[in-house]
Design a binder for this molecule. Structure first.
Ligand code: SF4
Ligand code: SF4
Ligand code: SF4
Length: 333
């Protein structure tokens, strides 16, 4: 009799599906996943039902890759269920790790989020301004939708996370390395570790040359075509490579696009947005401070940073859920 393979689950909560695409993007290495694991739960690929998971013994799933933030009661319930049924629970991708892009909604009230999504975004045709409720009576009975949580949470705010694998999404090479490590039976890193990344900054992996120049001001991506090979932040683009954890081999700068910080902050104890802001403020030439009073310096700095059109989305794009400015939804209401 062949020994049973360890069970592998992948789940999406408030997710865009890109983390699943990243898994598919490991190409033929998916055969290694199949060789080593019984890939038994993944709602976008497999027809396993929630009741099948409920029927498992606690800890029967060896590894769960949980992606997406927690936006709804269903997300929260599934995080708790999969945590209970899994030996190793990985917050996979920056939405699960830090709240990701869904957590930017925490600076808006739920009513405003729903109004925007269902009534006002361009392309919506909803003249009656219908907004889905949590329950709806139809001829065949009552339809239910899970309610929103009062704010979007990162996975670790709700359940114990064994490992965190950042990235939006994690890079295929990093996924393969993690799968091979787990499959090898080698000792796993200490609980609580970040995996699939390293301790260096994206700048350390970037081939663009730093010429020790300050940019006159920050510019938006459409304002210029970046010069090849030269550091983007020195050209005025809002590249967050120096404050972002490496592991992607500086993928975006290599393609001429500034790093938006998807691997999360280098320093897990610091406020990621404040660090990113300080990094960019130091990269622009706001003039000599000698003899200038505070108000003048302030105005100059504001002007230099005016190319940041969306400060929250620039500095906290992936990390808002668990920061000091995490939740302003009540004020927004
Ligand atoms: S981390 Fe990125 S790719 Fe993964 S679910 Fe979130 S937004 Fe999508
Ligand atoms: S700031 Fe951006 S472009 Fe410049 S070296 Fe760092 S990662 Fe590369
Ligand atoms: S360069 Fe930055 S935004 Fe791009 S993949 Fe790497 S960490 Fe993410």
């Amino acid at each position: 009799m062949t020994a049973q393979k360890p069970k592998l689950a992948m789940y999406w909560a408030a997710s865009c599906g890109g983390c699943e695409v990243a898994l598919a993007n490991i190409h033929e290495a998916i055969l290694e996943v199949d060789a080593h694991f019984d890939f038994m739960f993944c709602p976008c690929l497999l027809d396993t039902k929630k009741k099948d998971i409920e029927a498992l013994a606690d800890g029967e799933i060896f590894l769960t890759l949980f992606n997406g933030a927690l936006r709804t009661e269903e997300n929260l319930e599934m995080a708790g269920l999969l945590r209970r049924k899994s030996k190793v629970f990985v917050a996979f991708g920056s939405c699960a790790a830090y709240g990701g892009i869904p957590a930017l909604a925490n600076h808006h009230g739920i009513a405003s989020v729903l109004e925007t999504a269902f009534c006002t975004v361009p392309g919506i045709d909803n003249p009656e301004r219908l907004i889905p409720g949590t329950s709806c009576q139809v001829p065949d009975g009552e339809l239910e939708l899970p309610a929103f949580l009062s704010r979007v949470l990162a996975a670790h705010e709700a359940v114990q996370v064994d490992y965190t694998m950042p990235g939006c999404p994690p890079e295929p090479e990093q996924i393969i390395a993690v799968v091979r490590l787990v499959a090898s039976g080698a000792p796993l890193p200490p609980l609580g570790s970040l995996i699939g990344c390293n301790d260096r900054a994206v700048c350390d992996e970037c081939a663009r040359e730093k010429r020790n120049k300050l940019a006159p001001r920050l510019i938006r991506p459409f304002e210029a075509i970046p010069e090849p090979d030269w550091c983007l932040v020195e050209q005025g683009f809002s590249c967050l490579g120096s404050s972002t954890r490496g592991g992607c081999q500086a993928l975006c700068p290599a393609a001429g696009m500034h790093c938006t910080g998807c691997y999360g902050p280098l320093d897990r104890t610091a406020d990621p947005g404040a660090t990113a802001l300080a990094t960019l403020a130091a990269a622009v030439d706001s003039g000599s401070a000698a003899g200038a009073d505070e108000a003048v310096l302030h105005a100059r700095l504001r002007n230099a940073l005016s190319g940041v059109a969306d400060p929250l989305g620039t500095f906290y794009r992936y990390s808002l859920a668990a920061t000091v400015v995490a939740d302003r939804s009540k004020e927004a209401e």
